[in-house]
Design a protein around this ligand. Sequence first.
Ligand code: PLP
Length: 231
Amino acid sequence: MTSGVDPAWPLDVESVLDRLEQVWDRVVASGGDRSAVTLVAVTKGFGPEVAVAAAAAGLVDLGENYAQELLAKAPVVEATGIEVCWHAIGRLQRNKVRSLAGVVGLWQSVDRSDLAAEIARRDPGAKILVQVNVSDEPQKGGCSPSETPALVDAAHQAGLMVQGLMTVGRTGSPDDARAGFALLRDLADELSLPVRSMGMSGDLEAAVAEGATMLRVGAALFGPRPARPST
Ligand SMILES: *Cc1c(COP(=O)(O)O)cnc(C)c1O
């Protein structure tokens, strides 16, 4: 226990497991089914030791927003021998794809065709989700709902495995996010895509109620994130 890390952060496996149970309680209380929901542990902003603690707690789907962070943590987790799947969940620049190819297991934030083409080039046959901006908030990533079928089609054409759709809920109260989650579910249904990645720590109940199959959860598992160091 001499990690030198602020002890306010519950970094040990026991604490992660406790918080994980609380997250599952919330999922079940919202009508979700543990076996039908994948929890992606979002470790962005934390050091590699948090990713290792998550993996040791059985959270083998790990989400990162920034390429640099993901690439720094992946070898540390790999050294533990625990096999994990890294999810790229943040806004992605095309020039980052090359370095991430072979490390990322699911590209969740594909929101334009030039990005899909680059992923197909660097990581042929990769698994992706198409990110949709369901709330029309300009600061959020994602293609518009009306553009989604064409982008899904283009990604298929490029040889990518489009497993589903992803969205970030409207900022505000969890109830504000709900209509957008319903929209994502309907869109995924129309396109026969099984994965619906929606819901985070603050709005997972609404997402589960609207049929999320994948939640991306950070703060509820690991506590508040330390401030992001400037790069
Ligand atoms: C940070 C982030 C999350 C997790 O957010 P929490 O509030 O910590 O659960 C999920 N999805 C995306 C796209 C994120 O950027």
